[in-house]
Design a protein around this ligand. Structure first.
Ligand SMILES: [Zn+2]
Ligand SMILES: [Zn+2]
Length: 211
């Protein structure tokens, strides 16, 4: 398949909205990141069905990433690192070549609409007037549209990376937790004294021992 075909296949923002359930600046940011990744990776020929994405947050943006790239938790090619960063790494499992796209320091949502932040706070804290409540979805929509109209390079930093793909989860066998007896993927078991326990049990045991 040639590159032109690939970029022509990029899903629309309305596909994202259908999946995500609402229009928001977060899903618009995710859309731009995924769009940029697909364009970059198809240009460097490292994009195929072996695409893996590492996301460093679990915000609205990740839904757009899933829709555009087809990387999902269920397929094991969407990896969540809970770092609280607007950063997305896309790489090819075979070639290990990829790119990391992260929100640039110069990007500030307040520049797109200085009123959105304060308005959101008012609505969230119940201090907004009915007019302000009515205005919020309109503002949100406008900011999302502004983001979509921007050049991805004005939003994100892009760097080339080389990554060793984590093993596919399905390669691990399941064994029972010594405490709750539920089956758990072997690589997620933790040592506690002589026991091998699941993560929720480990947390529970540690909390009980504190008291
Ligand atoms: Zn959202
Ligand atoms: Zn357990």
């Amino acid at each position: 398949m040639d590159c032109e075909n690939k970029s022509a296949q990029i899903k629309s923002f309305s596909d994202v909205t259908e999946f995500h359930g609402h229009v928001c600046p977060g899903s618009a940011l995710g859309y731009k990141a995924a769009e940029m990744a697909l364009q970059e990776l198809s240009a460097t020929k490292s994009f195929d069905e072996e695409l893996v994405c590492i996301v460093e947050n679990d915000s609205c943006a990740v839904d757009a990433i899933q829709v555009l790239t087809g990387c999902t938790f269920g397929k094991g090619n969407l990896i969540f690192n809970d770092y609280g960063k607007q950063a997305y790494t896309f790489f090819n499992r075979n070639s290990k070549e990829g790119i990391r796209i992260s929100l640039g320091n110069s990007f500030d949502m307040a520049n797109l609409d200085p009123e959105l932040g304060p308005l959101r706070t008012k609505v969230a804290t119940g201090t907004a007037t009915p007019e302000e409540k009515h205005l919020l979805p309109q503002k949100v929509q406008e900011v999302a549209e502004k983001i979509l109209a921007m050049d991805g390079k004005d939003i994100f930093e892009l760097e080339k990376v080389s990554i060793e793909a984590p093993q596919k989860a399905s390669l691990y066998k399941s064994v029972p937790c010594d405490n709750c007896k539920e089956m758990v993927s072997e690589h997620r078991l933790k040592d506690y004294d002589d026991l091998k326990v699941c993560i929720p049990c480990l947390i529970k045991i540690k909390e009980e021992n504190k008291e």
